[in-house]
Design a protein around this ligand. Structure first.
Ligand SMILES: Nc1ncnc2c1ncn2[C@@H]1O[C@H](COP(=O)(O)OP(=O)(O)OP(=O)(O)O)[C@@H](O)[C@H]1O
Ligand SMILES: [Mg+2]
Length: 233
């Protein structure tokens, strides 16, 4: 089987070697297949974002093995990790994390700029992506001129910029009303179904989790359950 994400016995500690050393992830093993839409649920403080940071190569695990598309990333330098992140992973956060005073088009162009895509090509692709998420008319608006839902749609377009294999979304609908959240979820379903994107979604909404192929429950830094979402039964 084609595992895009493969974690084996991943541990994550903070304040290592200090008296207040704290192990947050206690040995997480998890594989996500290509094209799968997986959700991670669990109480506040259970370690979901910590796990997401490890999966997204934003933070290194303290112990355990992580393979992304079959490549063990343990030995990779920080520079290599940034490169893999830029090419393979698209991030969507609860608070959008768009660049202020920078219009939607430039926000979407940014990951392509880092990837060395020419100005002409990236502007064209950014405009196309903004059209896909229904934001074509707001292309030249800055984040403070956009609603939460609009900002999140720009963030999703940005996440898609370098055509990543994986989309990691940490509470992407957490700051949105349910109708706007629905629009965002529909976009994820579309990217998953039509473009085969592998998606990992962290959510507090049990209803949204049910829409995904597989629901993983994490409790106090350990996976305590795993089952299929009811939409797929
Ligand atoms: N950089 C850090 N340094 C020290 N402790 C941390 C750090 N990051 C997270 N933690 C701790 O790890 C635990 C899990 O945090 P995490 O953010 O992963 O939870 P979460 O499941 O995402 O919660 P929420 O649903 O509220 O977002 C918390 O107790 C938190 O205080
Ligand atoms: Mg969190």
């Amino acid at each position: 089987m084609d595992s895009v994400i493969k974690l084996r016995d991943i541990k994550k500690s903070f304040y290592i070697g200090k008296p207040n050393e704290l192990e947050i992830l206690h040995g997480i093993s998890l594989s996500v297949q290509k094209g799968e839409f997986v959700s991670i649920v669990g109480a506040s403080g259970s370690g979901k974002s910590t796990l997401m940071n490890v999966i997204g190569l934003l933070d290194r695990p303290t112990d355990g093995c992580y393979e992304i598309e079959g490549r063990d990333v343990a030995g990779a330098s920080d520079q290599e990790l940034s490169l893999i992140r830029n090419r393979k992973i698209g991030f969507v956060f609860q608070t959008y994390n768009l660049i202020a005073r920078t219009d939607a088009l430039k926000n979407v162009e940014l990951p392509m700029m880092y990837a060395g895509v020419s100005k002409k090509v990236r502007a064209k692709r950014a405009a196309e992506l903004l059209e896909v998420v229904g934001m074509k008319e707001r292309m030249s608006h800055t984040p403070d001129e956009l609603s939460g839902g609009q900002k999140q749609r720009v963030a999703i377009a940005r996440a898609m910029a370098n055509d990543p294999a994986i989309i990691l979304a940490d509470e992407p609908t957490g700051a949105l009303d349910s109708k706007t959240g629905r629009t965002v979820m529909d976009l994820f379903h579309e990217l998953n179904r039509n473009q085969g994107k592998t998606i990992v979604l962290i959510t507090h909404s049990t209803g949204l989790a049910e829409e995904t192929d597989r629901i993983i429950t994490i409790s106090d830094g350990t996976i305590t359950g795993e089952r299929a979402g009811s939409w797929n039964l």
